[in-house]
Design a protein around this ligand. Structure first.
Ligand SMILES: CC(C)(COP(=O)(O)OP(=O)(O)OC[C@H]1O[C@@H](n2cnc3c(N)ncnc32)[C@H](O)[C@@H]1OP(=O)(O)O)[C@@H](O)C(=O)NCCC(=O)NCCS
Length: 175
């Protein structure tokens, strides 16, 4: 009986400790971040975020290859010495295709993705691009809300673009 009681106390204090650690981590998560161009050294962090964020992630080698494509541009958000978000765009003629944008789950809603988009738009302006466009899963309500908030417009649908979902076509003119 005493053993059982001691076991319960141990279990309870274990889960209390876990909960406290989580609260401390969340409370002291760094909110400062900076945006810069990615280097090949960032690839493992980028891929970690890819795996955490997308249902059908790209294979690792696809990222390795992106660093060799001259019209591909990868930017990262860094916070407390850690990569917390990234974007991957292609500059083709006067258009920018947003292929990927993702932020580590625990760092979301800190305007990190918004800053990555601002950064892309600034580069796009300098390059004389006219429009930024992308496809998003119809069921990805969070991303759709994000693009809406940033002034992107939904202007089409591509049925069964993904094996399990339609794609919504989204764009924003660069002024
Ligand atoms: C979509 C995503 C990149 C947004 O990143 P983020 O850094 O959290 O976005 P921001 O903090 O810049 O959000 C800016 C605004 O967009 C809207 N928004 C962002 N995430 C939202 C969500 N989950 N639900 C509703 N609105 C959301 C809000 O209006 C938000 O402003 P607020 O926090 O002041 O309300 C992030 O949720 C993510 O990595 N998702 C998984 C990958 C993905 O789906 N990428 C897009 C594929 S096309």
């Amino acid at each position: 009986m005493l053993c059982l009681h001691l076991l319960r106390i141990r279990e309870q204090s274990g889960s209390f400790l876990k909960k406290s650690r989580r609260i401390i981590k969340e409370k002291y998560l760094p909110t400062e971040y900076s945006i810069r161009e990615a280097s090949v050294d960032d690839i493992e962090d980028i891929y970690e975020i890819e795996l955490e964020s997308f249902k059908n992630p790209w294979i690792f080698d696809k990222y390795v290859n992106e660093f060799r494509i001259p019209y591909s541009q990868i930017s990262v958000a860094e916070s407390g010495g850690r990569i917390v978000g990234f974007s991957l765009v292609w500059f083709v003629n006067d258009e920018v295709h947003l292929n990927k944008i993702a932020v580590r789950y625990r760092h979301r809603r800190n305007r990190i993705a918004s800053s990555l988009i601002d950064h892309i738009i600034q580069i796009a302006k300098d390059a004389g691009s006219r429009v930024i466009y992308l496809e998003v899963r119809e069921r990805n309500k969070e991303a759709r809300a994000f693009y809406r908030k940033l002034g992107f417009t939904e202007n089409g649908i591509r049925k069964k673009y993904y094996p399990d979902d339609n794609a919504i076509l989204i764009e924003k003119m660069i002024e």
